[in-house]
Design a protein around this ligand. Sequence first.
Ligand code: CA
Ligand code: CA
Length: 94
Amino acid sequence: MGDIYSDEELRRMGDVNADGIIDMKDVDLFKAAYESGRYDPACDFNGDGVVDGHDLATLGHNYGKVSTKYFTKRLTFSVPAPIIFGAILTVLSR
Ligand SMILES: [Ca+2]
Ligand SMILES: [Ca+2]
């Protein structure tokens, strides 16, 4: 895994739906916004007032990058609950 970015940084790098990872969902949302012809600030990553190829290039360049939010979420769910409860019991029984 590469660098981890803040949620705000990642949003400016292509995380359209702000779920903490730049993936296919963001590409789909970008495509929908782009094709609708309406200005969507969530898709204007460089903040220049237009959603265009530059923003798409940003998204493509940062594809697969994650924020601290995604990392924390993944970390939390990657530890099975019994292990967490077991650890709590161990601490409490001291
Ligand atoms: Ca996303
Ligand atoms: Ca732009």
